[in-house]
Design a protein around this ligand. Structure first.
Ligand SMILES: Cc1ncc(COP(=O)(O)O)c(C=O)c1O
Length: 376
């Protein structure tokens, strides 16, 4: 499907067909919807110098806003989430001189046991370091001192543990046994920095500023953010204590980090989030979404912000539902697995949310009935 234009929570393809967007522009980046006039103005700001490598007024102002809004001491800006998660590890490694990392969520049902086929794998980005952090065994094994998905690396070789607030593809939260396991590790190894990867969950997606706020008793030392903070434009950041973020040896920057045009956009997104109360709105609309999905016919996770994961029999069934939704004018996130994910822009209104869920329910009903008929 080739998109040619967009307006708010609707996307339009090259045949003129209009879709309700439950993906926020693909994977949760479009906070203010598509083609927002506010972001258009921010892009057209009269910027005299287009280089991000030098200090500039927009980057300074944006960093101040981020510090104030998040409560973290220091900020390093980047263009992609993968850069931010790599930077988190680099900051912790450089500071502690311990090279290992713990990442990759264990399966809550088999925590502490060896589990080669872990369905609750993590996602921290596309670059090599980010893949290792996510506990991709085949990568991690090549490097001495790195852990492989569970807390296996010697703790004295680890500088950081990194985790997402919820399992990406299914939107399932880490409750009960698993979160107690994480809390236990944090308590037992206080010298290891704790980083929450909020690249998908942050900036109001879950009905709070950040997903970690849903876990009582856990306060990360660092967070990585991206996607929604740029409203669809490439922006990401690492936030944490000065001792980590401001050490020159860690080189926490890249060519376009702090780019004035992107920072102008970031300022506009954050400003609108505050003015429109989008975090609070996400919380309320999340309750509505959970209510609307109550009788959707499949197991699902919803109720924490504008986010939901629906579980199907297998990836094939999930993909049929995605396709049928698309045919009927609704875009949902195809995870390529047995889950379908929902994440509309935070500005979506209640009527459009209900309209989208109706299309989804019809699609689910049809696929389940069709498959039932075939089985029968
Ligand atoms: C939790 C999480 N971390 C990191 C990333 C990587 O971000 P990017 O694609 O901007 O590099 C993603 C992207 O989907 C993500 O969902």
């Amino acid at each position: 499907m080739k998109l040619v234009t967009a307006e708010g929570c609707h996307l339009i393809d090259d045949s003129g067909k209009k879709y309700v967007d439950f993906t926020s522009g693909g994977i949760f980046a479009g906070t203010l919807g598509a083609h927002s006039p506010i972001l258009r103005d921010a892009l057209n700001t009269d910027i005299q110098c287009c280089y991000g490598a030098y200090d500039n007024h927009y980057a300074e102002r944006y960093k101040d806003m981020l510090r104030e809004w998040t409560g973290f001491e220091a900020v390093a800006l980047f263009s992609t989430g993968s850069e931010a998660t790599e930077a988190a590890w680099r900051a912790c490694r450089t500071y502690t001189q311990r090279y290992g990392v713990w990442g990759g969520m264990p399966d809550p049902d088999t925590v502490g046991e060896s589990e080669p086929e872990n369905p609750y794998d993590a996602m921290h980005g596309w670059t090599l370091g980010a893949q290792i952090m996510a506990g991709k065994l085949s990568w991690g094994m090549a490097f001495e001192g790195l852990s492989q998905g569970t807390f296996m690396a010697r703790e004295d070789a680890c500088s950081m543990m990194i985790l997402e607030p919820y399992h990406g593809p299914s939107a399932q939260w880490y409750d009960g046994k698993l979160i107690e396991h994480v809390k236990g590790n944090i308590k037992e190894f206080p010298d290891i920095y704790v980083c929450f990867d909020e690249i998908q969950a942050g900036f109001g997606r879950t009905g709070k500023k950040f997903g970690y706020e849903w876990y009582h008793g856990i306060k990360p030392d660092l967070i990585t953010v991206g996607k929604a903070m740029g409203g669809g434009y490439p922006l990401a950041a690492l936030l944490g204590p000065k001792e980590l973020i401001q050490q020159p040896e860690a080189n926490l920057h890249s060519t376009h980090s702090g780019h004035p045009v992107m920072c102008s956009v970031g300022i506009a997104v954050l400003d609108q989030m505050q003015k429109q109360g989008l975090v609070e709105q996400s919380y309320r609309k999340g309750m509505l979404l959970a209510e609307l999905l109550k009788d959707c016919g499949v197991r699902h996770h919803a109720g924490r912000g504008l986010l939901a994961g629906l579980e199907f029999k297998n990836a094939k069934q999930a993909s049929k539902v995605v396709k049928l939704c698309r045919d009927r004018g609704l875009l949902v996130v195809d995870t390529g697995r047995k889950w379908v994910k929902l994440g509309p822009p935070l500005i979506i209104d209640d009527d459009l949310l209900s309209e989208g869920v109706e299309i989804l329910k019809l699609a689910i009903g049809r696929v389940i009935v069709e498959e039932g008929e075939k089985d029968g």
